[in-house]
Design a binder for this molecule. Structure first.
Ligand SMILES: [Fe+2]
Length: 141
């Protein structure tokens, strides 16, 4: 690499360094893998067309000033262990595990209920299919 090329690469690298932090702040969900590591309604990745049967649907019910219930449902058939929803998972606003419900495909429908106590902020809700990976939605508490 001659000196002129080295200077050009350095200038480009410096520009990217100045721009990249703004991209990180603008799209954090994109950075951690929307459309690849997990899927969303907006980013179904290579599972485009599978959104309706895999997106977790969440309803919030405020029980009292300390407790909020979340009802989670995935509109997916449970075809025994051939094709089914494995579990629902809740993560807090720092992507730390809160709770999960693991399903038996021979007995359960893909529905779960969770009670959050003294929690406010974003909850990430995941629905995991054994064939079509992990789908995410968010809800504010
Ligand atoms: Fe599936």
């Amino acid at each position: 690499m001659d000196r002129r090329t080295f200077m050009r690469v350095g200038a480009i690298g410096g520009s990217i360094g100045l721009i990249a932090p703004q991209l990180v702040l603008a799209e954090p969900m994109q950075l951690i893998g929307a459309g690849g590591l997990f899927y969303t309604k907006e980013n179904p990745g290579h599972w485009s067309g599978k959104e309706a049967g895999h997106m977790p649907q969440v309803m919030k019910h405020v029980v009292d000033e300390h407790n909020t219930m979340l009802h989670v449902m995935t509109e997916h058939k449970m075809l025994s262990y051939k094709h089914y929803i494995v579990k629902h998972v809740l993560l807090d606003d720092k992507l730390q595990f809160l709770n999960e419900k693991v399903f038996n495909p021979d007995e359960d429908e893909p529905m779960s209920e969770f009670t959050l106590t003294d929690y406010s902020g974003t909850v990430y809700v995941l629905s995991v299919c054994n064939l079509h990976d992990t789908w995410l939605t968010t809800i504010e508490i």
